[in-house]
Design a protein around this ligand. Structure first.
Ligand SMILES: Nc1ncnc2c1ncn2[C@@H]1O[C@H](COP(=O)(O)OP(=O)(O)OP(=O)(O)O)[C@@H](O)[C@H]1O
Ligand SMILES: [Mg+2]
Length: 237
């Protein structure tokens, strides 16, 4: 892995018993690059993220990722017994200006006023934003996002997408975003990777300037290509 990369996977395989999940999966993500990972349900996207996060071992292959990596899962996984600001600062010791920095992170996600709230009193969208603030707290070089907006309503989801774009631009962090939403992938990513049958089926650059117009013909042409790529995988398993 060169200093310019935050993910380098080569020939990664993962089996559960007889079931082959990943089979010769290779992917490189550059520092500061935003990559969306799409694939049908059960194709191994979460498994891949769990391997990257060190929560699961690959069966074989080579995986290297940035030393400072944070993960946000579909559900926020906040610690109920800790106030919001403490959840944001969980990943560090209780030294120095931790509180100020946690509030700074909450300000970035629009939740400074919730610093002293308990997680159970947050809405789903607010809890996800706390999860983002927590993930960014340790200034990661790589952010792994597993369908972080899956449970949000359309309006909240759009706001969360704008927020992730702003945070990505501000922090210059590499992002691997797992999503089921093709429009979300085209809206956010520099590149879309389609996973199917265990490996990368398509690697599609999204060559559109930001902010992106979801109604433009160029946007829809890319959406179409991604959809075609997913459709072509329908019955091959
Ligand atoms: N611990 C496990 N033991 C056995 N099989 C597993 C385990 N974890 C996942 N699997 C299987 O691996 C396959 C891939 O699961 P994974 O959760 O990675 O899919 P996914 O692409 O994230 O799906 P979705 O889009 O529905 O979230 C599934 O068939 C699942 O049942
Ligand atoms: Mg999953």
């Amino acid at each position: 892995m060169t200093a310019a990369d935050v993910i380098e996977l080569e020939g990664l395989s993962k089996r559960y018993g007889d079931q082959v999940i990943l089979d010769d999966f290779s992917l490189t993500v550059r520092r500061g690059e935003f990559v969306a990972l799409l694939g049908r349900s059960g194709t191994g996207k979460t498994t891949l993220l769990r391997i990257l996060a060190g929560l699961e071992d690959a069966t074989s292959g080579h995986a290297k990722i940035a030393a400072r990596t944070s993960v946000v899962f579909q559900e926020p996984r906040l610690i109920q017994a800790q106030r919001v600001w403490r959840n944001v600062a969980l990943t560090t010791s209780r030294r120095g200006d931790v509180y100020q920095r946690a509030v700074g992170g909450l300000t970035e996600v629009g939740l400074a006023d919730k610093a002293h709230a308990w997680p159970k009193n947050l809405s789903g969208g607010e809890a996800q934003r706390v999860g983002l603030a927590r993930a960014l707290f340790r200034s990661p070089d790589l952010l792994l996002l597993d369908e972080p907006f899956g449970a949000l309503d359309a309006f909240t989801r759009r706001n969360a997408q704008d927020l992730v774009t702003a945070l990505w631009q501000e922090h210059q962090v590499g992002i691997l975003l797992v999503t089921h939403d093709i429009e979300e992938a085209v809206l956010l990513a520099d590149r879309i990777v389609v996973l199917g049958n265990g490996f990368v089926q398509a690697n599609l650059p999204v060559d559109l300037t930001r902010p992106r117009d979801v109604t433009s013909p160029a946007f829809n042409a890319i959406k179409r290509r991604v959809l075609d790529s997913l459709e072509s995988l329908k019955d091959t398993r």
